[in-house]
Design a protein around this ligand. Structure first.
Ligand code: NOJ
Length: 750
């Protein structure tokens, strides 16, 4: 396969015709001046990134060893290191690069700071359930403060991949299934990481990943291929990346997947046409871990030399762990296969971000031992993590108002290994969050001495070694603890069962084909239910699970995800009503694996309606509906929606208003959700699309009038050429407490 001369010419032209949108011409001058002094080897060095020497977050690196890495650091042949943490370590490595290399160009240090560095916040999917953009921004801000205190200046987050498939283990890292919510959250996280001033010593460059469409991995199996239509690509997968770019994100990471036959790392359609030319992105793109080299396994590049040629030509500026640029780029440039202008463009992008971070003013500015000592695990960070954790909890069922728990000398049985687990709540992608450092549910409950708490494990969730690097072994057989749990349940007024997934059961490489409660937990639940039906099921998991039996039988269900350092405190406060749950699901919960992909913003089929014949779009053995829809979540109070009004007199600003009343007896927060349906369009639109939301607090009896504005931004869509269109016609507006329970009105766009 040869890259055509014509394509190359186009790329070169586009580099010149789209001059970099430099906010800071001073930085541009410095970048150009430095570039003019660099040899080809030094330029290629800037495009080369190595994993550290101590930690791996991918398969065993091929082709590199520590000695070689040190040599390359000294000779200016490395632009970035990752997986190196701690002021001392970072300083040591930075010193090698700065003091030994000819031009002394500082390294940029990356790390997967996904939901905290030392103080661990809820997993991102949980945070998304808060629908609280300020709180999410703060969570990323705190992650940046801690990461930048240990020498780091680049977070490999946020992950903004939309996914409709809970089998995919990485749904825990993202904001769920909706592009509108995902875009808002992505932008909030970019702001949180980068702050207002990238040069400040407590901000880091963010990295929107994985570009693009990785969340559509076929059948939910990680690293699998992606084959989606253009409408889904433009309207669902890409918008959160666009939002991150609009929010000023300085880097993107490309992805492992094929997209319609082309590896994302080798896709100039994604990285050049859309990102760099279309969106005028002037930061840089890093590959994912060896995603360049993996183009060989994909059957796209035949050897590492082609990997270098194809990746760079396609716009992948920095090579993470493929060793392709460092090994072959020089010969490719010298042979004229890769024009130097493409290399220069990549190097300028990388240098630009380094200048913006202030690394040339002081390469050690993030290496401050005092900050490292005082800021990690700072009490204020834990306070925010607790607040975030409470806001992330979703109440799924509360029959007979079993919750909140009464503080009146009840005998409460707590059952389930996860109740006593201080490790799982820290979740996957825990950065430097310490193992076993979360507040467990049992510890959280101990703050409420009014009731008597007794614990029985019931069953172990896992067997043997639990580590992020290895396959988890789930206990499928040992039920020896059942009898004790059943006895305890019999003697208790109420049972809290804490069940779900181990913290390492989701995340990268952690796809599941079954989404039930793992191991013997379902059997334990049913056995305990026979002994005492008064059960509050507290779920800990990193993805939607299938909970049909529980929904049918168990009176109260609380979705608590993996909530981070403060998990047990947050759960206890919600159980006792000191915080009224306000979370709403960012992903649909299916009734069975066969329904997947299942998502609220689907299209209408031509045969959507049940008829007395069989010929309509449905399953013979399952409903079409999810068990819990997108946006669903209960409160200890109730909200009534009324008086939905639309004022279309100003067609550029359609005004929508609605009244929401707290009809219960306690104060509560509600996420008011607005959906649209563009009824007829040149490219069919989904039956519902979220286009606005607001989180409000209401006192008992209080009514608030909430207003939304719909402009071209909300009413348009991308056609199959990627053009944004706003088409006149009928629109239905739906406002409600979740994507299913809505009140409706309509208007006509002229
Ligand atoms: C692979 C993952 O896909 C990516 O998200 C991560 O940032 C890199 N490894 C580095 O750890």
């Amino acid at each position: 396969m040869k890259i055509k001369l014509f394509t190359l010419l186009l790329i070169i032209l586009s580099i010149y015709l789209h001059p970099i949108n430099a906010q800071n011409s001073d930085i541009e001058n410095k970048v150009n001046e430095l570039l003019s002094k660099m040899t080809l080897d030094e330029k290629i060095g800037q495009m080369n990134q190595y994993n550290g020497f101590w930690e791996v977050t991918g398969p065993e690196p091929v082709g590199g060893n520590a000695k070689m890495k040190y040599e390359h650091l000294k000779s200016g042949r490395v632009g970035s290191m990752f997986n190196i943490t701690g002021v001392e370590n970072v300083r040591k490595i930075q010193k090698i690069a700065v003091e030994n290399s000819r031009l002394g160009i500082p390294l940029i240090f990356g790390y997967d700071v996904i939901h905290g560095y030392k103080t661990i916040s809820p997993i991102p999917l949980a945070e998304a359930a808060s629908w609280d953009l300020k709180a999410i921004e703060l969570s990323s801000r705190i992650a940046a403060i801690e990461a930048s205190a240990v020498g780091l200046n680049w977070s490999f987050g946020p992950m903004v991949d939309i996914s409709r498939d809970p089998r995919w283990g990485r749904v825990m890292e993202g904001a769920g299934e909706d592009p509108y919510l995902g875009s808002k959250i992505g932008a909030a996280r970019v702001k949180g990481f980068q702050g207002n001033d990238l040069a400040a010593s407590n901000t880091v460059a963010a990295c929107a990943k994985h570009f693009a469409a990785y969340g559509f991995s076929e059948a939910g199996r990680d690293y699998n291929i992606v084959d989606i239509g253009t409408s889904t690509l433009y309207n669902v997968a890409l918008p959160p990346f666009k939002a991150a770019v609009d929010a000023g994100v300085r880097t993107l990471m490309n992805s492992f997947n094929l997209l319609n036959g082309i590896p994302a790392t080798g896709s100039s359609f994604l990285q050049r046409d859309i990102l760099k030319d279309g969106w005028a992105f002037d930061g840089f793109v890093v590959s994912d871990w060896a995603s360049g080299r993996e183009m060989i396994a994909h059957g796209y590049a035949s050897d590492l030399k082609q990997v270098a040629e194809f990746s760079l030509t396609a716009g992948s500026d920095m090579d993470m762990e493929s060793y392709a640029y460092i090994s072959h780029l020089k010969e490719l440039v010298e042979a004229g296969t890769v024009p130097i202008s493409i290399v220069d463009d990549a190097v300028k992008r990388i240098l630009r971000v380094k200048f913006e971070l202030g690394l040339f003013d002081d390469p050690y500015k993030y290496c401050n031992a005092e900050r490292e000592k005082t800021l990690l695990n700072h009490p204020d960070h834990h306070k925010a993590a607790l607040d975030m954790a409470k806001k992330s909890i979703v109440l799924l069922k509360n029959k007979g108002n079993l919750l909140p728990l009464k503080k009146e000398k009840q005998k409460i049985a707590v059952i389930g290994a996860l109740a006593n687990d201080k490790n799982s709540p820290i979740g996957s992608w825990r950065a430097m969050g310490e193992d076993n450092s979360a507040v467990s549910v049992l510890e959280g409950l101990s703050a409420y001495p009014e009731n008597t708490i007794k614990y029985a494990k019931g069953a172990d969730l896992t067997q043997g070694r639990t580590s992020v690097l290895f396959e988890l072994k789930i206990n499928e057989t040992d039920k020896s603890g059942f009898a004790e749990a059943i006895e305890l349940a019999k003697k208790s007024d109420l049972v809290i069962m804490v069940l779900g997934e181990h913290g390492f059961q989701t995340g990268e490489g952690r796809s599941r084909a079954n989404l039930d409660l793992p191991g013997v937990q379902q059997e334990l639940l049913e056995a305990v239910y026979q002994a005492n039906k008064n059960i509050v099921l507290v779920l800990m998991n990193g993805r939607p699970l299938i909970l049909n039996w529980a929904e049918e039988h168990v009176p109260a269900i609380l979705e608590t995800w993996h909530l981070g350092s403060q998990s047990g405190n947050a759960i206890a406060q919600v159980l006792y009503g000191d915080y009224n749950p306000s979370g709403k699901l960012p992903m649909s919960f299916p009734r069975s694996v066969g329904q997947i992909p299942i998502y609220y913003n689907h299209y209408s089929t031509g045969r959507p309606n049940p008829s007395n014949l069989v010929y309509w779009s449905h399953y013979n053995d399952e409903s079409n509906e999810p068990l819990y829809p997108f946006g669903f979540g209960l409160s200890y109070t109730n909200f009534k929606y009324s008086d939905l009004k639309i004022d279309g007199s100003d067609q550029k600003n359609i005004k929508v208003q609605v009244n929401i009343k707290n009809t219960g007896t306690v104060k509560g927060e509600e996420v008011v959700q607005l959906y649209i349906h563009d009824k007829f369009a040149s490219v069919t639109r989904p039956v519902k699309e979220l286009k606005g939301f607001e989180k409000i607090e209401l006192m008992p009896g209080e009514t608030k009038n909430i207003k939304f504005l719909l402009t071209d931004k909300e009413l348009g869509f991308y056609n199959n050429k990627g053009e944004y269109l706003v088409e006149p016609g009928e629109f239905e507006i739906m406002v409600g407490t979740n994507s299913k329970d809505v009140i409706r009105a309509a208007f006509e766009l002229q």
